[in-house]
Design a binder for this molecule. Sequence first.
Ligand code: SIN
Length: 306
Amino acid sequence: MRNGQLIIHPTGEFDNSAKKYKHIVAEPLAAAMGAEIKAIQISDVTDDSFSEIADALYRHKMIYFRDQDMSLADQENFTHRFGEFGEDAYTTGMEDHPNVQPVIKEADTRTHMIFGGSWHTDSPFLERPPAISMVFGADIPPYGGDTMWANSALAYSYLSDTMKNILSSLKVHMSAGNVLHEVQKRQEERHAENIGVSKKNLDAISMIDGAFHPVVRTHPVTGEKALYVDESYAMGIEGMLEQEAAPLLKFIREHITQPAFTCRLRWAEKTLAVWDNRLCLHHAFNDHDGYRRELHRTTVEGEIPQ
Ligand code: SIN
């Protein structure tokens, strides 16, 4: 116990072991989550190898592929195998590839805020947040600029039955209000500070109104339950006073993001990372001043969280 927070140490109950597949090889990254998928090029994926990749994604929550010789069209085709493209609230796609969004920080950009720079799940203020997100490392700093993920299904499994019961009927208010306020404040103070993404016209009103989603959501494919609360967007709980909701949300987000439930990816050029946005949070780092970083991002449209 530290500062009243339950700190988990793995006790052998974590199971991020890899299954044996016919078309791919999965190698676990950390005890809690994550796996490298080997022996496959994304540009050569068949129906059979794809079903194994999807299985590995649902098992490990985040999977990554090194040394991928893939084009923007290959990334679009692979994304499309999971479902329709998701709409991203912040970013504009590339001219000839509208479903691929560049996330760029130039070597000489100095900013206090970057895209994805706090623990979050992608666009939960939408009625149908993206189910799956993926990013390809196009230009990667020699060090720094890692991404972390936290397994919110594993975090859920470590709650007491009493806490699970309390949370089971609650709905979280997911709103971009704090994020947009911060962006606006920084732009005013620092003359259009560049957070690394571009957007046509942000639909600020609907992003701030946001959506109410279950605090505990059930994965539509695996039936697994996971906590759906993050640092960036979870602003309140339906029917609760702010003073009541705030400590509960703080507990949940600190519980999910404690070190034991996380993994961390060191990027390399030509690495593709894919994560299941329904049951993990992720966090980018603004620690590579002097080095350019460019990722290409695609998302898959999700369902209304249940
Ligand atoms: C994101 O999708 O949140 C960005 C991830 C990253 O830049 O590492």
